[in-house]
Structures are given as C-alpha cells and as structure tokens.
Ligand binder design. Structure first.
Ligand code: PGA
Length: 243
C-alpha cells in the first residue's frame, strides 16, 4: 500500500501534538494509504500515545548506530523502539550535509534500526550540480550501494529526495521522477530479487496537496516523504487523500 510519511524535522513543540490528534481523527475517513508521522525525538512518547490504536504509525528522525554508550546527545534505535515508534529515517540529505554523514554511517544506522526491530526509511538523492552534470542516476546508485543493508529488504523503505527539491517549492519533473524510481526499482530487483519488487520507493521534495496526486501517479512511486506540508493536519490529510 502507498505510504505517506511526514518528516517534521526540527519543528514541533508539545502543543503540536494536537496536529497528530487531528491526523488520527481525519485518517478514519481514508483507507487508501498507510500514514506515518516522524516528529522530533522529544515528542515521540506523546505522539505514540496520541496515535495509539489508530491507523497512524509513528517514526523517528535519525538514530545512532550503537545500541548505547558514551555518545552525548545521541539517541539509539533501541530507545526509539522503546518509545513505541516503528520506523526511523536515516541518511536524510540534511544529515548528510549538516553532519557530514557518509553512506557507511547511513548503512550502520539502517542496520541498527533493523536490529532494534524498526523499519529503516533510507534517503538518497542528488544535488542540483550532480543533476546538471548528468550524474543523478550514478550518484543515487552509489548511495544505494553504500547505504542499503543486505538480507531481507522487507523492513526497508527507500526515499528518493532530490536535494534541490527539498523545502524549495521545486519538484522534479514527472519524467525525471519516473526515470529515477525505475532506476531504484532495478537496483532493488537486482539485489533482492522478487523481494526487491515489494520495497516501497517514496518521492520527497516539496510534495504538497496541490501536486501530490500527479507525483503519486508516476510508476514506481509508492508514496511520499513530506516535510513542510506534514506540519499541518489538513495539508497532510489532503496528501493522504490524494494517494
Ligand atoms: P519538504 O521536505 O517536503 O519540506 O520539501 C521533504 C523532506 O526533506 O523530507
């Protein structure tokens, strides 16, 4: 089933749990897509409580690769699972650029997520310079090579997010999205066989209620990773309704 996942990034105070409550009630009207919200870590317990017994899944944003230890300020996958979340976003371009994370770091985090029983939403995507140079497919292929764990892929989701489309209001063209998602599907099929056909490939980068239906209709687009438009329940629900 299509997955619409909201990435709140570093947005959301305790008062915004009301948005989660509104999403939970609104979801009762839609059964066409799986829905998930990934709030900041501090809101995870309250978000899990607000979503309990509903169709809304709660995920986290990033984790450390180790289970525990001397890593001031970090959060382990085990802690995320302990808080009741079911997934974690790893390898987001903001982690790759703000924190210098490399493919090997993303791989280690995805493996830690799996060990904790979480689904790993693994993000990949090229910069505008890489796209202009004609290297988009190659860059994403090499990110997949370096960031995706082997083994059973049933607990991974791939999110293709062109870096230049994130938070900019620019989206990739339908043709470019189709070409990239086809490329990612082929990569998954060649690494995982039939199981690779089942892995969901999300598109992310300025997905809004106004463009969601068009983007979600592109072949091999199995959902969306939504930043800004996931902060308001009405916008997020409109994207779920478009799925
Ligand atoms: P955006 O962010 O929807 O605000 O562009 C998407 C993302 O970074 O996951």
């Amino acid at each position: 089933m299509t997955l619409i996942a909201g990435n709140w990034k570093m947005n959301g105070l305790a008062a915004e749990i009301s948005e989660i409550q509104s999403i939970v009630s609104g979801l009762a009207n839609y059964s066409g897509a799986d829905a998930m919200i990934c709030p900041p870590a501090l809101l995870l317990p309250a978000a899990v409580k607000a979503a309990a017994g509903s169709a809304l899944a709660i995920g986290a944003q990033d984790c450390h690769a180790e289970v525990s230890g001397a890593h001031t300020g970090d959060i382990s996958a085990q802690m995320i699972a302990d808080a009741g979340a079911v997934a974690v976003i790893v390898g987001h371009s903001e982690r790759r650029s703000d924190h210098g994370e490399q493919d090997a770091d993303v791989l280690a985090k995805a493996m830690a997520a799996h060990q904790a029983g979480l689904n790993a939403i693994i993000c990949v995507g090229e910069t505008d310079r890489q796209r202009d140079a004609g290297d988009a497919l190659k860059v994403v292929g090499s990110q997949l090579d370096g960031s995706v764990p082997g083994g059973n892929p049933d607990n991974i989701v791939i999110a293709y997010e062109p870096v230049w489309a994130i938070g900019t209001g620019r989206t990739a063209s339908e043709d470019d999205i189709a070409a990239m998602h086809d490329h990612i599907r082929n990569w998954l099929a060649s690494h995982f066989g039939d199981a690779g056909q089942r892995v969901r490939i999300l598109y992310g980068g300025s997905v809004k209620p106004a463009n969601a239906a068009e983007i979600l209709s592109v072949p091999n687009v199995n959902g969306a990773l939504v930043g800004g438009a996931s902060l308001k329940a009405d916008d997020f629900l409109a994207i779920v309704a478009a799925a």
